[in-house]
Design a protein around this ligand. Structure first.
Ligand code: ADP
Length: 432
């Protein structure tokens, strides 16, 4: 019904600049239609009852209200509004002047007062004020000044009562339509305002977080970048002072280590920036193959060869996810498990396992290394957080892992028993 009414009033594909403009156009059509119904009602009633009253006012109202609907539908919205308000003002004036007070025609002045403001809105308030003054002027002319412009129509008490009832209900309905429009607009504006405020607050919290992270980022990265450089400079000075040329290899190794540390920090910063800026990819991934590819690089290291690395992932398991991001996540977790392992035990191991449950892939990277003390477990995913003074890393790795996991819609949590080992559990939504 609402759809049909809207189709009749505005047509199939209306081009309207805003929602409020659209509702105002609908409202113009609706009030004009009420005008059509009311004029039809009086014409039919007078015909049926064969009343000896003139039909031309109602016929004028009917044809002009049809014209308003047509103009409105054709996109001449301003003309439609002006025609509606002019016609209704003058006809209500004529009805109020010709008929007795008891028919209640004057009640229409109330919705017409309101209509001027509602149809034009605050943006076109001068036009609204003009019509408001016109209505006021006509009301005074019809009721306070006895002009006798038009001949009076005399109706029986019963007909007057019937007219009063019809006029009262129609005017009330029109008033209700107009007030409903105002209340609805107010409701939508308030809702929009609350939504905007909520969005603003959310953005503000994000900004505060980003700002704090940036402060910490500048401080920590400059420290992490400078510290290996200072060590390198120091080592170069010692090398210059060193008389024994064969010791040079030792210093070169130390310098190489520091350069690797520097390279690692820069790599992590690049991963972090890339994750923030780049959109998500949907790649087809063989998880087993990806793990093997990551581990190949580590296995070249002599220390890693002491570890038993178990991959408990079906070799046929293919998933759809962001390959580069998943690689960053697994590489960081495996690199930590290798770097922080307890090598002085009989069976050091790292185990990567996977399970699938209701479109969720769970990957567990487990080790029987030193574990993480309960005091650190809550903060371990924070930016630049290091759980021990002995670590050589930047404290960025797990922060990047968490950010990257969340970017692809996953979650990560830690289960660790201090002294016994750690398990990092990632849950990812996947399409198989
Ligand atoms: P880093 O660059 O220092 O390795 P991470 O964010 O990757 O930074 O790790 C934060 C801290 O968590 C590390 O300093 C380390 O103390 C601890 N950690 C991470 N993974 C493990 C693990 N598998 N076993 C024990 N400690 C770990």
């Amino acid at each position: 019904m609402k759809e049909l009414l809207s189709r009749i009033i505005v047509g199939k594909d209306p081009v309207v600049e805003s929602r409020i403009a659209h509702t105002r156009i609908l409202l113009t059509g609706q009030v004009a239609m009420v005008g059509i119904f009311i004029s039809l009602f009086y014409i039919i009633r007078n015909l049926i009852l064969q009343l000896n009253v003139s039909y031309h006012y109602h016929a004028i109202l009917l044809s002009l209200m049809i014209l308003v609907v047509v103009l409105n539908r054709k996109g001449h919205h301003l003309a439609a509004k002006i025609l509606f308000l002019t016609t209704t003002n003058f006809l209500i004036f004529l009805f109020s002047s010709t008929a007795s007070y008891y028919t209640g025609s004057f009640i229409y002045f109330i919705p017409i007062f309101l209509a001027a403001f509602v149809l034009f809105g605050y943006e076109e308030r001068t036009k609204a004020i003009f019509f408001f003054l016109l209505t006021l002027f006509l009301f005074i002319l019809a009721h306070l000044i006895d002009l006798h412009l038009v001949p009076q129509v005399t109706l029986s008490t019963r007909k007057m009562f019937e007219s009063f009832i019809v006029n009262f209900f129609t005017a009330s309905f029109l008033t209700m339509l107009l007030i409903n429009f105002l209340i609805r607009e107010n409701y939508y504006y308030t809702k929009e305002l609350i939504q905007n405020e909520e969005q603003l607050l959310e953005k503000n919290t994000q900004l505060i977080k980003i700002n704090q992270e940036l402060d910490q980022f500048v401080y920590s990265t400059s420290h992490d970048l400078r510290s290996p450089l200072s060590t390198i400079l120091g080592l170069l000075q010692v090398m210059e002072l060193e008389k024994e040329k064969e010791n040079a290899g030792y210093y070169i190794d130390l310098i190489r280590n520091r350069i690797h540390a520097l390279d690692h920090v820069i790599g992590e910063i690049l991963d972090y920036a890339w994750n923030q800026k780049t959109g998500i990819q949907q790649d087809s991934i063989n998880l087993h193959a990806l793990l093997t590819e990551i581990l190949t690089n580590f296995l070249q290291d002599e220390k890693t060869q002491k570890l038993s690395i178990e991959i408990e992932v079906p070799p046929t398991l293919e998933i759809i996810s962001d390959r580069r991001r998943l690689k960053i996540i697994l590489l960081n977790l495996l690199s930590n498990a290798i770097r922080y392992h307890k090598y002085d035990q009989s069976k050091p191991f790292i185990r990567v396992s996977s399970t699938i449950h209701q479109n969720q892939l769970e990957i567990c990277v487990e080790d029987n290394g030193p574990g993480i003390h309960p005091d650190h477990q809550e903060k371990i995913f924070e930016m630049f957080y290091r759980a021990s003074d002995k670590t050589t890393g930047s404290g960025l790795g797990l922060y990047i892992v968490k950010e990257t996991t969340e970017k692809i819609g996953g979650t990560i949590h830690l289960r660790s028993e201090y002294g016994k080992g750690s398990s990092f559990i990632i849950q990812l939504p996947i399409v198989q």
